[in-house]
Design a protein around this ligand. Structure first.
Ligand SMILES: [Fe+2]
Length: 308
C-alpha cells in the first residue's frame, strides 16, 4: 500500500530516526537556503577555471553521453563559477529543475524536500588552493560540475525527484541508511554501460581526476551490475576511492528499479544496518570485473597505496 505524503512541506523527523546533528548557521530558515549565491573573489573564480580545465580534459571517454550533453547545454566553462540564476533558467526550461545555494552539507530530510521539489542544493563556497585535490565537504565545483549537467536529462531529472520523494518513506520506515547507500552508489558513484563500454554518471567520480580514471580502468575495484536491494544493504567508503562500483544499463532501468517498483516494499524487506562489506562479491552478483581490492587492502588513502 502506498502512503500519501505532502511533498511541498519539509518532512517531519519521526522520533525513531537519528540524523547527524548539523548546526544551522544563524539567519537561515528551516529550508537551509541562503538568500543569494555568494560573490566570489577573482582568485575563487580562477580556482573554478583551473578545476574545470583539469577535469574537462578527462571527460571524453570517461563521462557518459548525457553528462557531456548537459555540460554543453549549460556551458559551464564560460569562465568563473557559474551563476545559479542563469543555470536555473536553462534547467527550468529543460526539466523543471533549479539550483539553489546552501552554506554547507544540509540535513537529509531537508535535502529530500528540495529534491522532491526539483531544487538542487549546491554548496555556496569553493575549495581553497590547499584543498585543490581533495575536499570532503561538497563545494560548488563538486555540486555544479558533478551534479548539475545530468539534471538536463529528463529521465535522470525524474529519478532525482523520485529519490527526494523516497526520503519521506525512508523516514517512515527508519531506512535512511539504506536510501543513502543507494544515493551513494548511483548519484555519487554510479557507472553506466554505453554501447558495451563503461562510462561514469556519478558526480563524486566526475568531480575529481583520480577516481575518474580509477573507477573505469583500475584493477582494484569490483564492478557489479546494480540490484537495488543488494546495494541498499551494502556499506560504502566516505572519504576514499570506492571498493566497488555498481553499473546500470540506462537511466530508464534505474528509474524502473526504484520509483516504478515502489520504494515501500523495498524498505519493508530490509533489516536496519548493512549486511554486506563494501569489498564483497556475492554468488548472486552479475560481475563485470572482479577487483583485486589491492588498493583497499593496502590501506587506501593515507597509506600511500597507489590507486591501481
Ligand atoms: Fe554530491
Amino acid at each position: 500500500m502506498t502512503t500519501q505524503f505532502d511533498y511541498t512541506r519539509i518532512p517531519e523527523l519521526p522520533a525513531s530516526v537519528y540524523v547527524a546533528p548539523l548546526r544551522k548557521p544563524a539567519g537561515l530558515g528551516d529550508d537551509w537556503l541562503e538568500p543569494a549565491q555568494r560573490r566570489y573573489s577573482a582568485e575563487e573564480h580562477r580556482i573554478w577555471d583551473d578545476l574545470y580545465a583539469r577535469q574537462i580534459e578527462l571527460m571524453p571517454g570517461h563521462a557518459c553521453r548525457e553528462f557531456m550533453h548537459g555540460l554543453e547545454r549549460l556551458d559551464l566553462g564560460r569562465g568563473g563559477v557559474p551563476d545559479f540564476g542563469v543555470m536555473s533558467e536553462e534547467l527550468r526550461s529543460l526539466t523543471g529543475w533549479s539550483v539553489v545555494p546552501v552554506p554547507m552539507l544540509i540535513p537529509d530530510h531537508v535535502f529530500y524536500y528540495h529534491l522532491a521539489n526539483r531544487r538542487f542544493p549546491a554548496g555556496n563556497f569553493i575549495r581553497s588552493r590547499e584543498q585543490f585535490d581533495y575536499i570532503q565537504e561538497p563545494d560548488v565545483f563538486h555540486d555544479v560540475f558533478g551534479h548539475v549537467p545530468l539534471l538536463t536529462d529528463p529521465v535522470y531529472a525524474d529519478y532525482m525527484a523520485a529519490y527526494g520523494r523516497a526520503g519521506w518513506k525512508a523516514l517512515k520506515y527508519n531506512r535512511l541508511k539504506a536510501l543513502s547507500a543507494l544515493y551513494w552508489y548511483t548519484v555519487e558513484f554510479g557507472l553506466i554501460l554505453e554501447d558495451d563500454a563503461l562510462r561514469i554518471y556519478g558526480a563524486g567520480i566526475l568531480s575529481g581526476p583520480t577516481e575518474t580514471v580509477y573507477s573505469i580502468e583500475g584493477r582494484s575495484p569490483h564492478r557489479i551490475h546494480l540490484a537495488v536491494d543488494r546495494v541498499m544493504r551494502t556499506d560504502y567508503t566516505i572519504s576514499d576511492l570506492q571498493a566497488t562500483y555498481f553499473v546500470i544499463e540506462s537511466f530508464r532501468e534505474l528509474f524502473h528499479l526504484t520509483e516504478q517498483r515502489g520504494f515501500e516494499p523495498i524498505y519493508e524487506s530490509l533489516a536496519p544496518g548493512f549486511q554486506y562489506a563494501k569489498t564483497a562479491a556475492l554468488d548472486t552478483d552479475h560481475i563485470y570485473h572482479r577487483g583485486t581490492q589491492e588498493y583497499e587492502l593496502r590501506g587506501g588513502r593515507g597509506s600511500g597505496a597507489r590507486p591501481v
